[in-house]
Design a protein around this ligand. Sequence first.
Ligand code: TYD
Ligand code: MG
Length: 458
Amino acid sequence: MTKVKTAFFCSSCGAQSPKWMGRCTACGEWNTFVEEVIQKESRGGRPRTAGTGAGVASSAPRLIHEVQGDVLSRVPSGSAELDRVLGGGIVPGALMLIGGEPGIGKSTLMLQVAMQMQDQKVLYISGEESDMQLSMRAQRLGYSHPACYVLTATDTATIFRHLEEMRPGIVVIDSIQTLTTPQLDSAAGSISQIRECAAEFQRYAKESAVPVFLIGHITKEGALAGPKLLEHMVDTVLQFEGDHNHMYRILRAAKNRFGSTSELGIYEMHDKGLREVANPSELLLSQRDDPVSGVTVSATIEGMRPMLIETQALVSSAAYGTPQRSATGFDLRRMNMLLAVLEKRCGFRIAAKDVFLNVTGGIRVDDPAIDLGVICAVLSSSEDIAVNEKCCFAAEVGLTGEIRPVTRIGQRITEASKLGFSEVFVSKYNMKSIPDNLNNINLHPVTRIDEVFSLLFG
Ligand code: TYD
Ligand code: MG
């Protein structure tokens, strides 16, 4: 076996050095040297299965429409939410990264996906849990699978030997940070190990057309080397996010070579694992008997799906000199902007008030169509008058206080009516894009915040 040659490179200026240095002598940056392979042994240990056309290995130029002739069909993952996020199923030979904070449920999600793919031979490789633990978890979640294998290994040479023997139809690796390749000396989880191991699996996936899921941890700041570094190497980056204190988990695609990145999958964490949430609106609305002030419901669109979101606001006189502003699930800067609009354009005196805003369910909303709902929640709390519980909002608010139209208004209104809302506040400029077959719905076309104010609180 020819010895592998490695060298250290400065990640800032690219200077090369035979040994690690704390400070780059070329550019003067500290702590930038990472180890990289510069010459490899002949790729022993890794299987070279016959390509099926999904790979990038073929070198001769081909006409693009001829290549399309052998496009491989997608494999359903057994989870409708995951399929939706992936753009309609798993693409053969795809390398997919699932990133998320520790404890959010990545292993649970992938184990469930593995166990749900009943007609595939699945290999679940874990460097974090023992096979006993995995088996116990699978049983506890209530699954059985005729051909799901577990392997507890962290050395890629061992893993590839088993892969060659077993020839699974799908591979899950939990997690990329635990893998080591014998070609490098650095510790598991270091930048160079992560990059090299991922590159090995990238080649494996492309050559064998076997889809590979890599699990990767990220910290709260997304800082830990790993998923960020891998983003350009993999075909799909999925983020599994959610609030540990809430049971909802959201799967979104941050990058997808085979589909859109606007789709969302929603799951709920139970004592028996993750359950798919097919109709999120019903769950996100809290159940109340009496109307309370400071609560509104907005019709948002996440991905392709309309969703009703509840916002709660609490406005009170500032106890200390500087008023406090805090927002959960909503951009704080946008909230400050909306408060400034209320103050400056509409004459509401809230500059000296504490304002707290919360989107219920632990969901983060970026859709600007929630603006009007946020403003009305703030006004409702400030006036201490409850908003009629049949009211729903769907409009953006501009800097001049004008109420602006939003996209796909028809879908939003339909969703609101499905869940029993009968009064929908929309921008007047949205009226011409509203289909006229909407029954049982009272539309309130508005252009200014004061109009909304007098309609709601008279
Ligand atoms: P896990 O999949 O191990 O997280 P990750 O791989 O992302 O680190 O899941 C961790 C959490 O999920 C754990 O803290 C408890 C919770 N959980 C449940 O609530 N119910 C369940 O059935 C399972 C398996 C986990
Ligand atoms: Mg895990």
